[in-house]
Write a protein that binds this ligand. Structure first.
Ligand code: ZN
Length: 77
């Protein structure tokens, strides 16, 4: 599981956090986005100060590429 410090060190391999987030997206959803709750394939992208959030267009659950980790529910995301 990725935590925040793991994410930071992981990102050092990439030219930007944006590139890192995209790499994590493809690692988490190799066949494209799937809502972790309802498996819906479409989302709204929300930019945050750090990682983008993916909001399910069906059930409105928000997730990120590292949701389910120590960062989940953090207001500092
Ligand atoms: Zn959903």
């Amino acid at each position: 599981m990725l935590d925040h410090s793991t994410f930071e060190s992981f990102c050092h391999q990439y030219s930007s956090e944006q590139a890192c987030a995209e790499a994590l997206f493809h690692a988490r959803w190799p066949d494209g986005f799937r809502c972790p709750t309802c498996r819906h394939p479409h989302y709204y992208l929300t930019r945050t100060r750090r990682l983008p959030l993916y909001e399910c267009r069906s059930c409105r659950v928000q997730t990120s590429v590292i949701a389910g980790t120590i960062m989940e529910g953090s207001s500092t995301l």
